[in-house]
Write a protein that binds this ligand. Structure first.
Ligand code: CP
Ligand code: NVA
Length: 307
């Protein structure tokens, strides 16, 4: 078993194996149960809202012959203040893996530290590694490969941006981040990615980041837990909308990605999201299912062999 917490721990070989296995699960669907999950149980613990992550992991577990139990803060003792460590110890007696979405990274590490079964990071304030595996699969499907792809990130230097930096480091990608000053990703994540061989630039001009880009990505301006900052963030991110004007400077066949949920008219225009350039977003969402299977196999068996 191995915890799946951060792409910073994934080298090129492991990340490529995850994408390959995800693609294989996608091709194999509908498929039968997997010996490593059949009859076993996965606890999906959500301290924040979720649609895609929750349902994709639940469906992945069921399609592989396992049973998923979903816990949210409402209705569990975790939500009433039971320590994460006690929750981790007890869930480890019932379930064979824990998929955990939480707030601070320290809460994730408390779950990892006390659980005796593998833990999958289903998003924390710091990282969203599962989503980025689906993003990479989507880009590979659309462009035929990842080598030489120019990726632009427009908006907040948030959990998505940090996991993208980790992936860029692992795969040696070109990643241009356009983030307002004060909303940039942690400098050590940028420098680590550069040290690993990624070509990373950080600018406050979305047009500079998007110029000639093959992939233009964005995410909400206020992530879960930052709702009180919405108005202040809307002011800081003015001019950061991924719209037709911004995409005019991107590669002519550029695709747009958004992990969803999206706020049309804020970080992305309705015309882009609902138009041909946004079409990959729905593949990106579907790919959460296929990548969840590969991630579960890696976490529960230590390798991702696929179907
Ligand atoms: N992209 C993503 O993680 O979506 P959910 O918040 O709906 O799980
Ligand atoms: N950055 C967003 C991602 C949602 C999937 C958040 O953390 O809310």
């Amino acid at each position: 078993m191995t915890d799946f917490i951060t792409l910073a721990d994934c080298g090129r070989a492991q990340l490529t194996a995850l994408i390959d296995a995800s693609a294989a699960w996608k091709r194999a669907r509908p498929h039968g149960p997997a010996a490593w999950l059949a009859g076993r149980h996965v606890a999906i613990v959500m301290e924040k809202a979720s649609t895609r992550t929750r349902v994709s992991f639940e469906v992945a577990v069921r399609e592989l012959g396992g049973h998923a139990t979903i816990l949210t803060s409402d209705g569990t003792q975790l939500g009433r203040g039971e320590p994460i460590e006690d929750t981790a110890r007890v869930l480890s007696r019932f379930a064979h893996a824990i998929v955990f979405r939480t707030f601070g990274a320290e809460r994730m590490m408390r779950m990892v530290g006390a659980a005796s079964v593998p833990v999958v990071n289903a998003l924390s304030d710091r990282e969203h590694p599962c989503q980025i595996v689906a993003d990479l699969l989507t880009i590979r499907e659309r462009r035929g490969g990842l080598d030489g792809v120019k990726v632009a990130w427009i908006g907040d230097g948030n959990n998505m941006a940090v996991s993208w930096l980790h992936a860029a480091g692992a795969l040696g990608l070109e990643l241009r981040l356009a983030c307002p000053v004060g909303y940039r990703p942690p400098p050590h994540d940028v420098s680590n990615a550069q040290d690993e061989g990624a070509t990373v630039t950080v600018t406050d001009d979305p047009r500079v980041a998007a110029a000639g880009a093959d992939v233009v990505m964005t995410d909400v301006w206020a992530s879960m837990g930052q709702e009180a900052e919405q108005a202040q963030r809307a002011r800081a991110f003015a001019g950061y909308c991924v719209d037709d004007a911004l995409l005019a400077g991107a590669a002519p066949d550029a695709i747009v990605l958004h992990c969803l949920p999206a706020h049309r008219g804020e970080e992305i225009s309705a015309a882009v999201l609902d138009g041909p350039r946004g079409a990959a977003v729905w593949d990106q969402a579907e790919n959460r299912l296929h990548t969840a299977k590969a991630i579960l196999e890696l976490a529960m068996t230590g390798a991702c062999r696929g179907p």
